[in-house]
Design a protein around this ligand. Structure first.
Ligand code: HSE
Length: 368
């Protein structure tokens, strides 16, 4: 059995990964070793075939004893440990959730429902570094993969509605604390007139934004009852890094010869763990909507095509419907008034599952 070391298994992506690996029986096929800085030497949780003691995530010798390492520990850990392992000629497979190595030419960004061939070919020619993609990019390609595969996309904009979980566990908690802060100010005792009551609440609630007690240490700003149209650092061209990733990572995953332009505005909204995206897609040619719907729906088993009707859209094309599931609902598929070769679409996905953990565990299966 292959020895598989897992680092960062207690974090949010790591925990979802462990949960999925248990659900799918992945631990039966490997001898697993859990690594940690804080818990080294302690007894490991009771996973099938798991080494009884937690090993030291900074101990190169222990790490190098593994055939495969999966890291959900974050970019700083990758930057510190990965070069040292390779410098010491460790020949194992490194599977990573962090972005640090994504654009490295020796690494493959993994999303097997879209680039299985690229991963297989990479494994055959001895590629050893496999990195999960940015969540919005992976979720976009899971939803629209059929259109790309058919070579129909000339360019695209993606306007995102990204959940708090993408910013990390503490941010997710802070969003709830912000909501709780507002709820403390709510009482049903305001005036009976709806308009007056609504306006009084608006004043009361938005006044809280400037309250010194308002919890905003993580985001730096209110997210609840608001939104934040900036994710990650600024690039020189004025994009945020999250926006930069869309074109660069998507084209790398697709293995395009000629770059397909993709750009848009990435926005943090008060959802918990589902990222949504609104697309304007410039098609290379006019294609009838039925064909487009089939291409989208048949690209992989997780896409759920939602008819462009109001009730079903509000029921299924939502974070509420998608959260905690592997579903990728895609809807609002219609020709735009801009022209017959302009397509509108909207997609959702759980950013901790297809957006983070799932491509990693599926890559492990391919490696095995
Ligand atoms: N950068 C993403 C976000 C996290 O902030 O939502 C997933 O890659």
């Amino acid at each position: 059995m292959h020895k598989v070391g897992i680092i960062g298994w207690r974090g949010m992506v790591g925990s979802v990964l462990m949960e999925r690996m248990q659900e799918e029986g992945d631990f039966n096929k490997i001898k697993s070793y859990l690594f940690s800085g804080g818990l080294k030497g302690e007894k490991a949780p009771d996973y099938t075939n798991c080494h009884e003691t937690i090993l030291n995530s900074d101990n190169l010798e222990e790490l190098m004893d593994m055939d495969i390492l999966i890291s959900c520990q974050g970019g700083d850990y990758t930057k510190k440990i990965h070069p040292q392992l390779r410098a010491q000629n460790w020949q194992g497979i490194w599977i990573d959730a962090a972005s640090a190595l994504r654009m490295d030419e020796k690494a493959i960004i993994v999303l097997d429902p879209v680039n299985k061939n690229q991963i297989e070919q990479g494994l055959n020619r001895g590629v050893k570094d496999f990195v999960g993609g940015n969540c919005t990019v992976s979720l976009m390609l899971m939803g629209l993969g059929g259109l790309f595969k058919e070579g129909l996309v000339e360019w695209m904009t993606s306007m995102t509605y990204q959940a708090a979980s993408g910013a990390g566990a503490r941010n997710m908690i802070e969003l709830l604390e912000q909501m709780q802060f507002f709820s403390q100010k709510y009482s049903s005792q305001l005036t009976a007139n709806a308009a007056t009551t609504a306006l009084e609440y608006e004043k009361l609630m938005t006044g809280s934004f400037n309250d010194s007690q308002f919890p905003k240490e993580q985001f730096g700003h209110p997210l609840a009852l608001s939104l934040l149209p900036w994710i990650d650092v600024k690039m020189e061209n004025g994009q945020s890094k999250e926006e930069w990733k869309a074109q660069n990572e998507a084209n790398k995953i697709l293995g395009t010869n000629k770059t397909i332009p993709i750009d848009g505005t990435c926005v943090r909204v008060a959802a918990l763990r589902c990222h949504s995206q609104a697309f304007t897609i410039k098609l290379k040619k006019s294609v009838d909507i039925k064909t487009i719907e089939s291409l989208i729906a048949e690209a992989n088993p997780w896409v759920e095509l939602v008819p462009n009707e109001r009730d079903i859209t509000c029921q299924k094309l939502t974070p509420a419907y998608t959260t905690g599931t592997m579903k990728i609902p895609v809807g609002r598929v219609r020709k735009m008034t801009l022209g017959d070769d302009y397509l509108n679409a909207f997609s959702i996905g759980d950013q901790l599952l297809w957006g983070a953990a799932e491509p990693l565990r599926r890559t492990l299966q391919m490696v095995l």
